[in-house]
Design a protein around this ligand. Structure first.
Ligand SMILES: NC(=O)c1ccc[n+]([C@@H]2O[C@H](COP(=O)([O-])OP(=O)(O)OC[C@H]3O[C@@H](n4cnc5c(N)ncnc54)[C@H](O)[C@@H]3O)[C@@H](O)[C@H]2O)c1
Length: 266
């Protein structure tokens, strides 16, 4: 399939599990891709197998000048910009565990998470949209999360940033739709990246009880949805948030308990 032939894309957080899978998928469909990440080594690792169709660019989503420079570097390299996948998220293992509740999350942690996860996405749109308009239009895909549509026991800053991304998506779609810019968000549930599988033992079994599909989704499943939203096949879809989570939020809250009850009752 070459749905993206001639298109140029940016994938932020492209050195991570989902971002690297998206970069691979977009290139396999004909796009040229900037793999943009805070860590140059992981961006390079993800870009290397893409050959001349990919290149690694270091940037910091929290710094406006850095986001702008990353977008300009992409246009300088490939001559245009059609697709932006805003996907980076603050995942610093030293800081992430401090994101807990309204009462005990340090204010600097709250701000840092919103800076990267939310403001960084807005800045990506700010610097990408003029290039997209110049080229006749474009598609922006923001990675939200099911954590943005339902509460959880921890990670109030992360969840709030993801909820706001869903709203940001609708504003961008509304304000730039007539300029042929589409903007949608994808909301993964738990996706078993290698890193997550290692760092949270036991999570797998808990989550498995609450999804409707027999198996977990993978980064490649997210990549397939992003590629569809990036392509003209989704030309009539904009402003939407699409949950991709094995139906994790599609059932009654007591689903897992009832399943266990029915199994125990034979
Ligand atoms: N894995 C899951 O279960 C899951 C579930 C829901 C949503 N998501 C979302 O999917 C996206 C990708 O997550 P992932 O699982 O691949 O995680 P990941 O940690 O593998 O990838 C995140 C990437 O963002 C980069 N990054 C962090 N701070 C940055 C900054 N300031 N500037 C630029 N890049 C920065 C990291 O270096 C990393 O490569 C994230 O937005 C995450 O919130 C993931």
């Amino acid at each position: 399939m070459h749905r993206l032939a001639g298109k140029v894309a940016i994938v932020t957080g492209g050195g991570g599990g989902i971002g690297a899978a998206v970069a691979r998928r977009l290139v396999s469909e004909g796009a040229k891709v900037a793999v943009a990440d805070l860590f140059e080594d992981s961006a390079k690792r993800a870009a290397e197998p893409l050959g001349n169709d990919g290149f690694a660019v270091r940037f910091d989503a929290a710094i406006p000048e850095s986001v702008q420079a990353m977008v300009e570097a992409t246009v300088a390299r490939f001559g245009r910009l059609d697709i932006l996948h805003n996907n980076a998220a603050m995942t610093d293992p030293a800081k992430h565990p401090q994101d807990r509740t309204a009462v005990d999350t340090p204010i600097e942690i709250w701000r840092e998470i919103l800076d990267v996860n939310l403001t960084g996405y807005m800045l990506g749109c700010r610097y990408a949209i003029p290039h997209m308009i110049a080229g006749g239009g474009g598609s922006i895909i923001n990675t939200a999360s099911n954590s943005g549509t339902a509460g959880d026991l921890a990670r109030i800053a992360y969840g709030s940033s993801k909820g706001a991304i869903i709203t940001l998506t609708k504003y961008v779609a509304t304000q730039h739709g007539k300029q042929n810019i589409r903007c949608n968000s994808v909301a993964p549930g738990v996706v078993l990246t290698e890193a997550l599988d290692k760092t949270v033992p036991g999570l797998k079994e808990i989550i498995k009880r609450h999804i409707l599909t027999p198996e977990f989704g993978t980064p490649d499943d997210i990549a397939a949805l992003v590629a569809f939203l990036a392509s003209d096949e989704s030309r009539y879809i904009t402003g939407e948030n699409i949950s991709i989570s094995g139906g994790g939020l599609s059932h009654q809250p007591h689903y897992a308990d009832l399943m266990a009850f029915m199994e125990s009752a034979g």
